[in-house]
Design a binder for this molecule. Sequence first.
Ligand code: IVH
Length: 674
Amino acid sequence: MGEYMTFEEYRQLCQEINRHNYLYHVLDAPVISDGEFDRMLARLREIEKDHPDWISTDSPSRRAGSPPSDKFNKVNHPTPVLSLANAFSVSEVRAWYERLLRLDERVKDAGFVLEPKIDGLTVVLSYRDGSFVGGATRGDGETGEDITSNIRTIKQVPLRVPVAADASLQPPSSLVVRGEVFILIRDFEALNQRLSENGEKTYLNPRNTAAGSLRQLDSSITASRPLMLLVYQVLASDGQVPATQWQTLEYLRRLGFPVTDTAEYCAGIDEVIAGCERWLQQRDRFPFEVDGVVIKLNDLALAEELGVVGKDPRGALALKYPAREVTTSLKDIGVNVGRTGVLTPYAILEPVEVGGVMVKQATLHNYDFIAEKDIRIGDRVLIKRAGDVIPYVIGPVIDARTGSERAFTPPDACPACGQKAEHFEGEVAWYCVNASCPAQLVRNLEHFVSRPAMDIEGLGIKIVEQLATAGLVKDVADLFTLKKEDLLKLEGFAEKKAENLVQAIDQARLQPLPRLLNALGIRGVGEVMAADLTAVYPDLESLGAATVEELQAIEGVGPNIAGAIVDWFSQPANRQVLAKLQAAGVTPRQVGAARASNALNGATFVVTGTLPGFTRDGVREFIQSNGGKVTDSVSSKTDFLVVGENPGSKLEKARALGVKVLDENSLRRLVQGE
Ligand code: IVH
């Protein structure tokens, strides 16, 4: 039994709970513990049991969801819920501005607001006398679907506004606002993980998840989804509303709505352009998917006067980021043989442009992935290409199936040599274990001659394939005994080209030891690890004689890498390659032994841009020979970014992560111990 309470006290408790919910979910600044919050809610439920007639639409007890319905009712929006025109380049943004200027010269003195374009779903939220009374989807902009009981479960949606009592802020008797419902990328990943562990269907991307979660007929399912909200527009109100977009954001924030804290005010078009350029670089700073920047005229009356074209208001524009996800048809599935013999399926696609690049192939990870996602040949598939990441298939678009798609059966043999594929306990990958598989040889050679390894100029994948197919090269050591006459037998080789290649190979004999070690392709031994190992072991003989225990004494070497190294040197075939390399005069320079200093004391460096006093490899070797490590990309583990002329996006990233930035001179001073 609830203790005796008046209606006034009950209303006060509702308000208190709503306020704590706001502090927790919107401001991220709770002032009471979860336990205390739960006790307040339990007390409220008790009272509501005794006084069911007191329960109002804004009671926090109703966030848990209500009985499932069989369909959503249609609702008319009080005013059209407009869309946005798109621009795909900064110059289109300027063209938009100039069109506006020709329509109305006041645009020249008008300010603008930049906001993130959240890749979620528009929702329309209605309030009467401050209470949340209805939530709807955008639908066609005129009529949407009534999803009130689903919206109510979203903790960031205020059930009463203003959330915190504020004498100076009277809510209008009718208020309709617009916002975007979405899900954080990490919550999307966790949810998919949970769904797949339960054998349920997973979602394709965060947007799809937010949409699926909002359109549940059973709102208790919506309640279990970590949906978020950001509000950015007053659609209708019978009270006094702000005259500018900037003030609107502030007004909505004061009422207790979640509002983006990354909006920017720009005084004129030049600031808008500069802002857009910056935003294009900073796409990944948001924990949720953002598909562009929205540019809005700050003066709302002026924006209104400029009117609409179709469904797009003239006074706002979306500058879209290059798409990272597109759909295309899966024409076939091929299988690649990796350097270690691992068999990886890849998608052969109907060519499609993603983020400015034509994509014809994408990885399918492994056979289990294809089975789990039920990917079939002929499917329409969603593919993603983000930054430097290799394009990959996310999954099939089930709704686009026609029935003519075929399931994929993994081949039971290596597609390159025909040997039976093998599978090891506890691993998802399938392998070709044939040591003389031609495909593995090609991958090995490719890695051996690559830039960070032996760096043999003029020896690309095509020539590597020719050499392997012609049987001229059976292992990496054979490269060093190639003669001009051998090369002349190959298609596309004339005197000069053959001579150059032989000379380039000859020069590689003297590459530094870390490069040779990296080139050998031992699992786990890349550029950085090779430099660390050769700092301790001055030649391959001593490294080959090291035990697992000894190797593990080196920082960064765990049991896996130590095991892989010992295993590699124990293979007779590898020992033979080493002997052949030595016989062919491959005698690497020993930078490790000739360490200049240990001034950099193991710190991790990334280099970007051109340094006037160094070549690319020169600066790398300078850092390494003074005890530093060099890696390719900036992360939280990077200690210093060395910046030259024309630095790329690495500088932005370093700044965002608070990584120290050095120029060439400060690097030299650091080495001198200053
Ligand atoms: S303003 C008249 N602002 O983008 C105002 N829209 O492609 C029109 N969107 O349907 C919308 N973030 O769902 C606006 N900060 C933002 C937005 C935003 C995401 C969505 C919205 C709209 C779509 C248009």
